[in-house]
Design a protein around this ligand. Structure first.
Ligand SMILES: Cc1cc2nc3c(=O)[nH]c(=O)nc-3n(C[C@H](O)[C@H](O)[C@H](O)COP(=O)(O)OP(=O)(O)OC[C@H]3O[C@@H](n4cnc5c(N)ncnc54)[C@H](O)[C@@H]3O)c2cc1C
Length: 222
């Protein structure tokens, strides 16, 4: 890029306000790039259950936005102990891992919705456009134009598809078909915390014949 020329990328549109889309938006805005996120949901609701965040991911988040990981730590659970049990609750093994000392960041478990909420709060409200389901896009030599179900179109220098496993953007760009179901089902639920089931700094894996129950602390609701 010559000094006199205009930067190649000034405006970016990201489809999807999941962790991937939001982290990318925070990072690009930090570089001074006018970045907007378009999300199909009408509002950020209390959805999902627990999600694990490992030190490598947290180090990236900390580099993108110092202070963000501290918020996640305050509202999630810093795991220090992992316990493996039988399906009847008998402990097979338990170990404590000095992850924080070893990697400089903890192993966190947190409510998916909380992660989304904290990351979204790092962006100015006008950069997040809810109720924008992307239904297609086209591109020319200079820009990409995204089309939304609500009739709007958005032109940007760069379009990023962060719209999850059933990505519309990926389908149009690569067209490699629907994800393949491999026969495993993951059921998620959030229940009120009971200390006799789970210590507040613990994750438990209960192993049955053909299933695994994964218990983790998603942090407080408020
Ligand atoms: C609502 C939800 C709850 C989840 N809960 C958990 C959980 O509890 N535990 C866990 O381990 N994992 C959970 N996941 C999965 C996990 O978050 C993702 O697999 C992983 O974080 C990948 O993140 P991502 O940002 O790439 O995609 P995703 O997290 O899948 O985010 C994609 C985003 O794009 C939006 N979107 C999709 N299609 C369009 C479109 N056409 N136009 C506009 N927006 C679109 C979706 O609404 C979503 O907000 C959940 C995902 C979602 C969407």
């Amino acid at each position: 890029m010559r000094e006199t020329s205009k930067p190649l990328v000034e405006k970016v549109a990201i489809i999807g306000a999941g962790p991937g889309g939001l982290a990318t938006a925070i990072a690009l805005r930090k570089q001074g790039i006018d970045t907007h996120v378009y999300e199909r949901a009408r509002e950020f609701r209390l959805v999902g259950a627990g999600v694990s965040l490992k030190p490598n991911g947290l180090r990236c988040l900390d580099a993108i936005k110092p202070g963000l990981v501290d918020k996640l730590r305050r509202l999630g659970c810093q795991v220090q102990r992992t316990t493996l049990k039988t399906s009847t609750g008998k402990t097979i093994t338990a170990y404590e891992s000095p992850i924080m000392i070893k990697y400089g960041q903890p192993f966190l478990t947190i409510w998916w919705w909380r992660l989304q909420q904290i990351m979204a709060s790092e962006l100015p409200p006008e950069a997040i456009h809810l109720n924008h389901r992307c239904i297609g896009f086209e591109q020319n030599e200079n820009s990409a134009i995204a089309h939304f179900e609500n009739g709007k179109t958005v032109e940007s220098d760069l379009l990023i598809g962060a719209d999850g496993v059933n990505s519309t953007v990926r389908q149009i760009l690569i067209g490699d078909g629907q994800p393949q179901y491999l026969g495993s089902m993951y059921w998620r639920a959030v229940v009120n915390y009971q200390e006799e089931l789970l210590l507040d700094n613990e994750v438990i894996l209960m192993k049955g014949e053909e299933s695994i129950v994964y218990l983790l602390n998603v942090g407080a609701l408020t």
